[in-house]
Design a protein around this ligand. Structure first.
Ligand code: KG4
Ligand code: ZN
Length: 340
């Protein structure tokens, strides 16, 4: 089964071709970082316009890289949601146009389920038995229970305010470090002391599987204000690297702790960590340690498959198709801004 994946839920326009849910034949991502950088975050209208410019180019490139013609494709898997509506509509419309004109079936894919499948593609294997999945990206921080890879992930808990990646991006903006913040804070933290500042960790009660990062963000704002604001950062008594590392440690502590709780509660022996924030060096380190201690089988995608891409959508599409077949009423398929 050769599937063309299309992804346009946020600020990456992507197309990929994946065989039988595991073998990547091509994976093309056109990033909009340069477009959104001056604003310190994604500007939805600009994102939609850039998707329109790039969508056919990336699909064409994905076919060429895979040495295939469009007729060789068995189906089109496309991100239906969650995401920015204007952005989603570009990928969805391209998928519908290809489907209608070439008579190819569509598989509608949940973006978060796509992220989860990124963890299996390169491993070439799937978890045996139940798993707990942590999805941490710019738009989401959520825990899911996955009975088996054939099943739909069940939502266990999510963020009440900022997503983990959003917190990284907002703190970086506040510290005037640039965009996207996650990568920059990760890099700075390498030279910082994670214990330098004791930023708060919001556990929301011992039993909660929800997240909240806005209090942590406010704590960083207050800390910076106390010493005269971001303009005075050079004369702060602590190094910027220490602020970055201490903030990062607070985020990672909560993510590891909540995943531990979810794995215990659901007797999961597999833990899957995915999404843009799963590219974080410290998060990866801490999950490797936790997996050794708890005896988990750990699945984390390689860094280039953590952030948005279409290979993960094609890979997940293969399982969505096995579970519920192709999409009916293709032309009526609507985009969903929220979809747990
Ligand atoms: O999954 P993704 O590409 O897009 C969404 O679905 O949201 O995730 C993007 C997010 C951004 O917030 C970015 O700052 C964060 O992932 N990110 C990181 C790292 N690389 C990307 N956060 C922490 N450390 C990183 N190395
Ligand atoms: Zn994503």
């Amino acid at each position: 089964m050769i599937i063309l994946g299309i992804e346009s839920s946020c600020d990456e326009t992507a197309a990929a071709i994946v065989k039988n849910g595991l073998e990547i034949l091509s994976n093309v991502v056109s990033s909009q970082i340069a477009v959104h950088s001056p604003f310190g975050g994604v500007v939805p209208e600009l994102a939609s316009r850039k998707h329109v410019e790039a969508i056919l180019v990336v699909i064409d490139r994905a076919l060429k890289d895979a040495l295939l013609q469009i007729d060789d494709i068995d189906a089109i898997a496309v991100t239906r949601g969650p995401g920015l509506i204007g952005s989603l509509l570009v990928g969805l419309s391209a998928a519908k146009a290809l489907s209608y004109s070439l008579n190819k079936p569509i598989i509608d894919v949940n973006h978060l389920e796509g992220h989860i499948h990124a963890a299996f593609i390169c491993e070439g294997k799937y978890p045996k038995g139940p798993s707990v999945c942590l999805v941490v990206s710019g738009g989401h921080s959520a825990l899911y229970y996955l009975k088996s890879v054939e099943n739909r992930p069940e939502f266990l808990g999510g963020t009440l305010d900022d997503a983990a990646g959003e917190a990284f991006d907002k703190v970086a903006k506040l510290l005037k470090l640039g965009y996207p913040g996650g990568v920059i804070i990760d890099k700075l933290s390498e030279k910082g002391n994670p214990q330098a500042i004791d930023f708060p960790r919001a556990f929301l009660g011992k039993e909660s599987l929800d997240f909240s990062f806005s209090g942590l963000k406010t704590a960083v704002v207050n800390f910076v204000k106390k010493y005269g604001g971001p303009e005075q950062i050079e004369s702060f008594p602590v190094k910027i690297e220490d602020i970055a590392a201490s903030f990062q440690e607070a985020v990672v502590d909560v993510l590891v702790q909540k995943t531990r709780l979810a794995a215990k509660r659901h007797k999961a022996k597999n833990v899957i960590v995915v999404g843009g924030v799963a590219a974080n060096r410290r998060l990866r380190e801490r999950f490797v340690e936790a997996a050794t201690f708890e005896g988990w089988q750990l699945f984390i995608p390689p860094i280039h498959l953590c952030t948005d891409n279409a290979a993960m959508i094609a890979a997940a599409g293969y399982f969505v198709w096995k579970r519920k077949g192709f999409c009916r009423n293709t032309l009526e398929l609507d985009a969903l801004s929220r979809w747990l």
